[in-house]
Design a protein around this ligand. Structure first.
Ligand code: ADP
Ligand code: MG
Length: 461
């Protein structure tokens, strides 16, 4: 048993880090130092050799025990009990992780370089699913990774939350490190860059050497990756440092990659000269994934966890999580984990009960027309102001009629009120929309399925 556990330990750690999205520094501090001590009668004992002694032990027990226990149980596919102890609580010698020695030197140094670059090795091009929404961003990122400083400089990637910007920008870094053993890559978020500048320049005591050191760190790289650049907004001093670093790297043909939640010209609080630098290379966007891409992401995720999840369950999740890949993947993980722990088969009903709160967190609240409109808008990936408008194209008219129907079903509002919310002058329009959808539900199975999904989103109970 102990051998199997040791053999699977790297896989367990990998699983833990990915599933619970543990920050690098936390992972390094709390998880990596753990050593496997024993595995008897389904009780796994780990040793936490941290300097922080009892305080550290208490903390790790509180924060990570259940994550670790689940990761071990799920990877070994058997329910275990977990104990974490300090070295002084055992009299047998701690076996120094012999399994680590099976990793060869080359890997260790790559791992070390990845850590030194601030990268997370799980973000690779291989694990990135390409769809119509991110195709251009992926292709240009790969081109940049293959020929840093030569093709698009800077590469500027923008898009909404949870759509894969961090994944892509880190894939570039990981790729470069793997392909070029001598390349220097540095990943930073603009938030931590800003904090460095504040620490450095904010105190009177700052020594000139510290500033030189800081600049050297950023100016001596081959590839500089800055994630979430929007946080430097209104930070003049940070912007100035960045501007100088940018120019120097650019002149030396070093690659710069930037991500942001908006395209450069829509960013506020950023100096014009920086914006024009950002626009100097290539700007690409990532959109919400379409249904096919969502399914592909879910399938890949299911495969990677070696879980056999029925297509209908994946469809259910893909239909309910449309605008954030993190939530999409998180939902599948949640369903798989809960099914393993509760030994329940994964059915659509099971998934819907496990995901209930995520799909509709406001279930306690009274259901209002606005609430319904928001849910319908999100589902169709349009804005609620387009639903509540006079725009006549089918793209908006159909979701609007769906809202008319659902508002009638879920609320006690008068037709006049629903008309007003939807910016319709005549309440007969609402009546018409309601009847039309009602009829469609009877005659058309796809409308019926759509309404079912929306009803569950609105009120999962
Ligand atoms: P962002 O930085 O844009 O907010 P992330 O890069 O952190 O988003 O992505 C959120 C999660 O979704 C990550 O776990 C990431 O691996 C995953 N993800 C996003 N897009 C894809 C994709 N196209 N293929 C596979 N995983 C993806
Ligand atoms: Mg990100």
């Amino acid at each position: 048993m102990l051998d199997i556990l040791k053999e699977k330990w790297p896989e367990i750690l990998n699983f833990l880090k990915q599933e619970y999205d543990i920050a690098d520094v936390s992972f390094k501090t709390w998880i990596l130092p753990l050593k496997v001590q024993s595995f008897n009668n389904n009780v796994v004992t780990l040793i936490f050799p941290g300097e922080s002694g009892k305080t550290g032990l208490q903390y790790i027990n509180k924060k990570y025990l259940s994550f670790l226990k689940d990761s071990i149980s799920l990877t070994l596919e058997t329910e275990i009990e977990l104990k974490i102890i300090l070295p002084e609580e055992t009299d047998t010698d701690i076996e120094d992780s012999s399994f680590v020695s099976s990793i060869n030197n080359k890997d260790i140094s790559l791992d070390q370089r990845i850590l030194d670059s601030n990268l997370n090795k799980k973000y690779t091009f291989d694990s990135f699913v390409v769809g119509a929404n991110n195709n251009i961003a992926q292709v240009t990122s790969l081109a940049v990774a293959e020929s840093p400083g030569e093709v698009y400089n800077p590469l500027f990637i923008y898009g909404g939350v949870g759509l894969g910007k961090t994944h892509l920008i880190q894939s570039i870094g990981n790729f470069v490190l793997k392909e070029n053993t001598s390349s220097k890559v540095l990943y930073t978020t603009s938030e931590s860059f800003t904090n460095e500048v504040i620490d450095l320049l904010g105190t009177k005591k700052t020594v000139q050497e510290d500033i030189i050191e800081f600049r050297k760190k950023y100016r001596n790289v081959d590839v500089l990756l800055i994630d979430d650049i929007q946080f430097i907004s209104d930070r003049d001093r940070t912007q100035e440092e960045l501007f100088n670093i940018f120019n120097e790297l650019f002149m030396k043909h070093k690659q710069i990659v930037i991500t942001s939640d908006k395209k450069p010209k829509d960013m506020e609080g950023i100096a014009e000269r920086l914006i024009s630098r950002f626009e100097q290379g290539l700007t690409v966007d990532i959109q919400n994934p379409d249904y096919e891409t969502r399914m592909a992401i879910l399938k890949k995720k299911a495969q990677s966890t070696e879980s056999d999840v029925d297509e209908s369950v994946l469809q259910y999740i893909a239909n309910n999580f449309v605008s954030n890949v993190r939530e999409l993947e998180g939902s599948l993980t949640r369903v798989i984990t809960f099914s393993k722990i509760s030994h329940s088969p994964i059915t659509v009903d099971f998934a819907s009960s496990v995901l209930k709160e995520l799909i509709s967190p406001n279930q306690e609240d009274k259901i209002t027309c606005d609430y319904i409109i928001n849910i319908v808008a999100e589902h169709f990936q349009i804005s609620s102001s387009d639903i509540c408008s006079k725009k006549k194209s089918k793209e908006f008219a159909y979701p609007r009629q769906i809202c008319m129907y659902l508002c009638r079903v879920f609320t006690d509002e008068k037709l006049e009120t629903i008309a007003m919310v939807l910016k319709k002058t005549n309440h007969a329009t609402v009546s018409y929309g309601y009847e039309k959808i009602k009829k469609e539900i009877e005659t058309d199975s796809s409308t019926r399925a759509l309404i079912d999904v929306l009803k569950k989103k609105i009120n999962p109970n």
